[in-house]
Design a binder for this molecule. Structure first.
Ligand code: NAD
Length: 270
């Protein structure tokens, strides 16, 4: 049920690849809540063409940007500000890619050139986005920026590989840039740590089926879905959460603070 939480707000959503993407679910929800949107993804992802269906559903322009290119990001923010006739109120960073995972390299044998690229795409891109917005003064006062992360930043999930390091760095950037943006313009920056979710990026993790059912059994509320994540993100973009910043917020059905559950004990006793 929509609550008009984002009436009059303008936002940029990065990372909608297909209808399973968390960014896709979030764009639909933000539109339902009354927001005006610009959609962005890497030029190579745009060539798939799927995003045009979303663009039509949420009546938003699509502006390509590779998040490792400062030139692309500058162009994206300038065009978005022209489209909106002013600054933006919220940004979703829903971007992740691991070259070593994709190419089957074990964590103990990382290719460092690929690792650099992974950290740039998956973590430092948040810094690049925030810096571009900062330099163009593109985010309105009390704006809200959220990036998606995973609990492998705090605890070891061996098959998450180098993405665990990337997520730790992403969370640190949110905290550190969050300080400066709060001081400068009351802009808040947070990360949301989501349950495993069946998406293209999620399914790239080795043993994902086992991973997702383990998390389901270890979460008192069960795994949070992409739509549930979208609803939570809408609250973080709204004026109801103005004093929340520099946080890593778990959206995981209680997984992060659960030691063990009855289901897991029963499984072990078999
Ligand atoms: N799916 C999960 O289990 C899960 C759990 C926790 C957090 N997350 C995080 O959620 C975010 C979104 O992932 P998702 O699961 O919706 O998968 P997804 O594959 O649908 O989205 C990942 C997006 O990153 C984009 N991207 C990759 N390289 C890019 C670049 N150079 N420039 C711009 N965009 C680029 C892709 O095109 C894609 O749209 C990621 O940060 C992911 O790590 C996912």
């Amino acid at each position: 049920m929509p609550y008009n939480l984002l009436k009059g707000k303008k936002g940029i959503i990065f990372g909608a690849l297909d209808d399973k993407s968390i960014a896709w679910r979030t764009a639909l929800r933000c539109h339902e809540e009354g927001a005006q949107l610009v959609l962005s993804n890497a030029p190579v992802a745009l060539r798939m063409g799927e995003i045009n269906k979303l663009a039509e559903a949420v009546q938003a322009p699509v502006i390509g940007a590779d998040v490792t290119s400062m030139e692309d990001l500058k162009k994206l923010f300038e065009e978005s500000m022209t489209h909106f006739g002013g600054g933006v109120d919220f940004i979703l960073h829903s971007i992740g890619m691991s070259l070593n995972v994709r190419k089957g390299k074990h964590y103990t044998e990382l290719d460092y050139a690929w690792n650099q690229k992974t950290l740039d795409i998956s973590a430092m891109s948040l810094h690049r986005v925030l810096r571009t917005a900062w330099e163009l003064d593109a985010i309105n006062e009390w704006g809200s920026v959220v990036a998606l992360t995973y609990i492998a930043a705090q605890r070891v999930f061996p098959d998450y590989n180098e993405m665990a390091d990337a997520k730790s760095l992403l969370e640190a950037v949110a905290r550190n840039f969050g300080y400066h943006y709060a001081k400068k313009k009351k802009v808040r920056v947070n990360t949301v740590s989501q349950s495993p979710t069946r998406t293209t990026a999620g399914s790239g993790v080795k043993g994902f089926d086992g991973f997702i059912s383990y998390a389901e059994k270890m979460s008192p509320l069960g795994n949070a879905t992409g739509d549930e994540c979208a609803a939570y993100l809408a609250t973080l973009f709204s004026d109801l959460t103005r004093m929340v910043t520099m946080q890593n917020l778990f959206h995981d059905g209680g997984f992060s603070f659960t030691g063990v559950t009855q289901e897991v004990v029963e499984q072990m006793e078999k």
